[in-house]
Design a protein around this ligand. Structure first.
Ligand code: KIV
Length: 272
């Protein structure tokens, strides 16, 4: 369905649910700009997430909390323009949906209107369920996000594995069912035991998209800069580098500097 570069059919939330049904794994990567979105889309990734990790990757912040609605709209609008095939999901920033259902729905509609993305992602379970229902009632597909929810890093006191203990695992399962009953099309499961993610995957109709959640989820998501090896600073156990873009870019920059210094660039053919 989604992985052939020649198959340019737009992926919708229906496609994602059909992939869960057929057992075809779902690939999701983040992107925050037009050029990267064009590359991921051409490569055939099923879904692009405009993650609030833009706060870290694009702006150099320690946390995802500082990113504003205006900033996520800027990134999401660029990504939506570059994505012809992939389903584009945009994170709702911290503070844009926690205050009240009305404010959450208003901000969700604003992001949809001003960006052209296909769906939104919100962190949390039962405590935000009225807002999730309100957003879905407005016709906007929602992806949930459970387990390690980085907008709550201060409550957790860090980025450690979540739901190791029975009580937190049970809460996660009940949150997942609550989101599922509300009609989310997907649920991100971040940094939780593989067995728990496998259980949730079996028990919900929504597609589960794992990150540090083992191999039994319906799909996987990674931050593109991590997956493509653009930095060697962040290397948690769950991360695999599928390319070494940092070295590739350093080699290209070295070659450029060399050619400028020895005056071989620009050549006559590159001049007017
Ligand atoms: O913001 C993000 O990049 C995310 C993924 C890590 C799931 O939420």
């Amino acid at each position: 369905m989604g992985y052939l570069t020649t198959d340019k059919k737009k992926i919708t939330v229906k496609t994602i649910l059909a992939m869960k049904g057929s057992g075809e794994k779902i690939s999701q990567l983040t992107a925050y700009d037009y050029t990267t979105a064009c590359i991921l889309d051409e490569a055939g990734v099923d879904s692009i997430l405009v993650g609030d990790s833009a706060s870290n990757v694009m702006s150099g912040n320690m946390f995802t909390l500082p990113i504003t609605i205006e900033e996520i709209i800027y990134h999401a609008r660029a990504v939506a323009k570059g994505s012809k095939h992939s389903l584009v999901v945009c994170d709702m920033p911290f503070g844009s949906y926690q205050i009240s259902k009305e404010e959450g729905v208003r901000n969700a509609i604003r992001i949809m209107k001003e960006t052209g993305v296909d769906a939104l992602k919100l962190e949390g379970g039962v405590e935000i369920i009225d807002t999730v229902k309100g957003i879905i009632a407005a016709g906007i597909p929602v992806e949930g996000h459970l387990g390690l929810t980085p907008q709550s890093v201060n409550k957790f006191g860090g980025y450690a594995l979540r739901a190791k203990e029975e009580a937190e695992a049970e809460k996660l399962i009940s949150d997942a069912k609550c989101l599922d009953d509300a009609g989310v099309f997907a649920i991100t499961l971040e940094k939780v035991p593989a067995a728990l993610a496998a259980r949730v995957t079996k028990e919900v109709k929504a597609a589960t998209i794992g990150i540090g959640a083992g191999n039994a989820t319906d799909g996987q998501v990674l931050v593109y800069a991590d997956a493509l090896g653009m930095s060697d600073k962040f290397k948690p156990k769950f991360l695999r580098h599928f390319a070494n873009m940092k070295q590739c870019m350093i080699d290209g920059v070295h070659e450029y500097i060399k050619c400028v210094k020895d005056s071989s660039f620009p050549s006559e053919a590159e001049s007017y």
